[in-house]
Design a protein around this ligand. Sequence first.
Ligand SMILES: Cc1cc2nc3c(=O)[nH]c(=O)nc-3n(C[C@H](O)[C@H](O)[C@H](O)COP(=O)(O)OP(=O)(O)OC[C@H]3O[C@@H](n4cnc5c(N)ncnc54)[C@H](O)[C@@H]3O)c2cc1C
Length: 484
Amino acid sequence: METLKPSKSQPLLHSRWFRLYIILFCTIIVLCLSLQPEAIAKLSLEVFGDSFASTPKGSVQDALCDARTLYRENQVKLNKKLSKLVERTFFRIFKVDLSKECPFWPDDGQCALRDCSVCACDENEVPVLWRLGSSQGTSRFESSATCEYSGGRDVLNDVDRNLGDTQFREWQEDDKDVWIIQDSDENMIYVDLVANPERYTGYQGASATRVWKAIYKENCFLFEDNCTDQEVCSLQQHSCKEQRVFFRLISGIHTSINMHIAKEYLFKTRWGPNVQLYEERVGRFPERVENLYFAFAVILRAITKGMPLLLPEVYDYRTGNVTEDELTAQILREVFSCSKLLTPNCLTFDERELFRSPEGISVRKQFQQHFRNISAIMDCVGCEKCRLWGKLQFLGVGTALKILFDDHLTFLQHNEVSSLLNVLYKLSTSVVTIAYMERLLVLQRIRYWLLVASCMMGVALVFMLMFRRSFWERDELYYKAKSV
Ligand SMILES: Cc1cc2nc3c(=O)[nH]c(=O)nc-3n(C[C@H](O)[C@H](O)[C@H](O)COP(=O)(O)OP(=O)(O)OC[C@H]3O[C@@H](n4cnc5c(N)ncnc54)[C@H](O)[C@@H]3O)c2cc1C
């Protein structure tokens, strides 16, 4: 019979290293189970908002400001104020025609989710002043539709009917400077933007690709001698500032749309951030992030320039509810004064640098024509909700261009003002969301490596236990030897 020699070494279970190993193993498992990347990322954004790992380095090309300043001012001040503003009735209820036929090809859009459809407002949800003011009440109301969002409905219904009439001038197609093709009143519906958030809808595939392709194709400019005498369509080859600006604006909006999809993605039954989608569509492309910052800088500049027209003392923001209207005016004042980005001496983009060359007039016309085409392409988006947000955002950018390049501008329509501030909020949110996603990415990687480490330690522990017999026997002999 085999006899084991009494051991003088310390038993395994009592060894300091083994105990440390077990403690470490348990800690890692607890960390893995309790780590909530989403909550921690949100918290870290609040606490360490000034971390710039995800902002482009240095200045934003073609803009006049650096990404750090844009990020900081936006994250700390602007975004929160804007989030309050877009919940006000004036900015929340948007009038749009979602039934127009695509003028370029037969509508082939197929959207996978119920979430593609838009919930139109009930008639009593629309401020009475707007109903009275809209071309003899020709706008359609879809009384059968029920909006999920109920917060604030009382405010909508609580209408002061004594404020008189309101006037929203119609956009004339034959206006000299038309940057965007507006919907006509006939089939327009009122939509509650808060009840129809921009998020993942499942719209993708051939239809979506075709629309984006068509949009980018509008990026082709015909230059005479200054740049090149050929049509320039290549996305990489933007020798002229005007063309770069055009491309960057579209790309910035495209990035923002993708950021909203990534931020609110549907995983089977749960909505949440999709970090992988963010990485694949935005995170791996620093130039797309920079274009987002660029579009943000342009819209900021347009609002600063158009401020004399947009101030609540000047523009008619009335909806018919005095309390609501006062609140809107107050939040607007806060938005306009909360950040140096919206002060006249902060030039985030200089529009005077565009269209200065001898062929400036021709390039300006092309710029305008291309943008009008893009607004028409929006009617080819085969998912109602994507169409709604596409229309709104390109109308916002079109309004910004109108403000920047029309020095005799005296009036803006309700939808133009609403889309301008809404697109600013969209871009501002996307800038914050990038920082959030970057943190989430780091935390998810940490969790992944913790998981790998715990698996490896678990395997090692199993090996140890497989040889437990010799361990136990060794320990037993140790105690025996000690007692003797
Ligand atoms: C106006 C519009 C609004 C939409 N709104 C929504 C929505 O609210 N919810 C939703 O789920 N889907 C929406 N979609 C669909 C969504 O944009 C994508 O098309 C879809 O998710 C498929 O994505 P994809 O990976 O094929 O690439 P896409 O985003 O379709 O991009 C097509 C190609 O463009 C290039 N590209 C991508 N991003 C950029 C960029 N920032 N700059 C330059 N080039 C770029 C890439 O080469 C890519 O292959 C919308 C589409 C359009 C046209």
